[in-house]
Design a protein around this ligand. Sequence first.
Ligand code: SAM
Length: 182
Amino acid sequence: MNALTIVHETIKQYVREGSFCIDATAGRGYDTAFLCELVGKCGKVIAFDVQQEAVDSTKRLLDDKGLSADVILDSHANMDKYAEGNSVDCIVFNLGYLPKGDHGIFTHFESTREAIEKGLKLLKNGGLMCVSVYYGGDSGYEEKDALLPWLKTLDDEKYQVLVTTFHNWKKDPPIPIFILKN
Ligand SMILES: C[S@@+](CC[C@H](N)C(=O)[O-])C[C@H]1O[C@@H](n2cnc3c(N)ncnc32)[C@H](O)[C@@H]1O
């Protein structure tokens, strides 16, 4: 059991053939490909990243696997330009920097918060948002320290926020977070 399997197993409960999903942080494309496989040919996946390298990498992985998604070079804070309200089944964020990429380019609380707020409007009732918080080494602490208290302020009549803790990890455990829209 690790952060990735916890998130992917949970996503499988919410995403079906024909679902509409957003990968808010495409990176190397592993989550985008996973979502594409779940939604099948009649579903739809949109993926965002601010780095051309991540967009190219994601498109390459999808090509290799015979999958397709709209992979967009734009900030996830603009996701409301690409999807209608109450239309999305699942939105996935993987915070941090591009694996094997530039550690100087990573997610930041302000744009992540804006994207989560917009994403929650795009989600259908009963939809799922997953936010995996990766931090440690040279980055990510500020985002984690701002994000966790802010998530406590989400309206508990509209959303359930579940924060998963690797309780006995000595150092910088990833934090998979699930936001369920009632
Ligand atoms: C931890 S990686 C994502 C890993 C990815 N899920 C995968 O399967 O490889 C985080 C990514 O978020 C991207 N990112 C940073 N700020 C962003 C923003 N405002 N909008 C979209 N992507 C952003 C980074 O460029 C980086 O590729």
